[in-house]
Design a protein around this ligand. Sequence first.
Ligand SMILES: *[C@@H]1O[C@H](CO)[C@@H](O)[C@H](O)[C@H]1NC(C)=O
Ligand SMILES: *[C@@H]1O[C@H](CO)[C@@H](O)[C@H](O)[C@H]1NC(C)=O
Length: 392
Amino acid sequence: MAYPGKLFSLALPFLFFFLSSASTITYNVQKFGAKPDGKTDSTKAFLSAWAAACASVKSATIYVPRGRYLLGAASFWGNTCKNNAIKISIDGTLVAPSNYRTIGYAGNWLKFERVNGVTISGGTLDGQGISLWNCKASKSNCPGGATTLAFYNSNNIVISKLTSLNSQMFHVMLYGCQNAKLQGMKISASATSPNTDGIHISGSSGVTILGSNIATGDDCISIGPGASNLWIENVSCGPGHGISIGSLGWDMQEPGVQNVTVKTVTFRDTQNGLRIKTWARPSNGFVKRVLFQNAVMLNVRYPIIIDQSYCPTKNNCPNQGSGVKISDVTYQQIHGTSSSQVAIAIGCSNDSPCSGIRLQDVNLRYMNQPAQASCSNVAGTSSGFVQPKGCL
Ligand SMILES: *[C@@H]1O[C@H](CO)[C@@H](O)[C@H](O)[C@H]1NC(C)=O
Ligand SMILES: *[C@@H]1O[C@H](CO)[C@@H](O)[C@H](O)[C@H]1NC(C)=O
């Protein structure tokens, strides 16, 4: 009577092997006509591979072999997909058209909308944005540019070990998403490239960004209205404008930002380190429960900054009081050097002062001299060693 059980236990590993290998189907984009020559338009082939993976009732892998694949603007829709486990495994490089106008008005280059359970793993996305940046630097009638990789209204997303180069606009954007993990990202664009934010998150919850390296011309990570439950750890930023919550408070009715942890980050030669910025206009927006912990600042212009009268162009600034209420923000173990004398610049709103701002173990120097702190409309506490002093 022991036999059936024994047989079963012997057969079980084989059964699992059989089931797991049989339950994923691989779709190679080359089988759908994609050409790794960098000049044949492979957009249709990628969309066909997506349609096949999406129609599969089993989990599916879309495989992109080595080589360069030219893609125009492409939208990958998930609302009719029959499975919620599609992996896009990339060994090659996806290249945007060299003429920036081809995707420059599309808003996004590679857009995923209403997908559930999509993993993108490996590979390089080359946005070829340099000619658009040059256009913007010299003319006024240039297209706005496309975000390289955007997810809208999507859930359960993983992006790992992906490289994004020279995006026209933002590199990666999440809007209206739940539960996303981005890991081992490498993002790179020139320090002077306009609006090339590394990762932009808004209206999204449960987003984790780990172990990533971001060098760009705007914010390394920007966090917009309605972002909550974010965890950012082990990120190096620079060049760039730092890790920013904002800009917030342009709209009167605006969802707030809450529960954000930014931990173990390094900023090198950036314009800002840890920044919160809001427009000086009435708004019911807010920022609360933010922990900035263990940051190294290397030659950063404003390592710790709250700017509630943000207006980068200094043109037609609203010049009212910001309505965005900022509370419960902790800066813990923030060390290093600033490249301007004011290393802590906390300028809160007259109409809606900041509260619960905590500085704990902060040591910032201005080259080899003491730095300064400047604060307005702020309540909170300092504890442990805090230099520069004088704010809280
Ligand atoms: C805050 O966000 C973290 C993820 O970063 C999450 O684990 C935690 O549950 C959130 N806390 C609350 C109270 O929602
Ligand atoms: C952060 O990086 C350190 C050193 O590379 C590593 O030991 C640690 O596991 C990383 N943590 C996370 C959450 O990625």
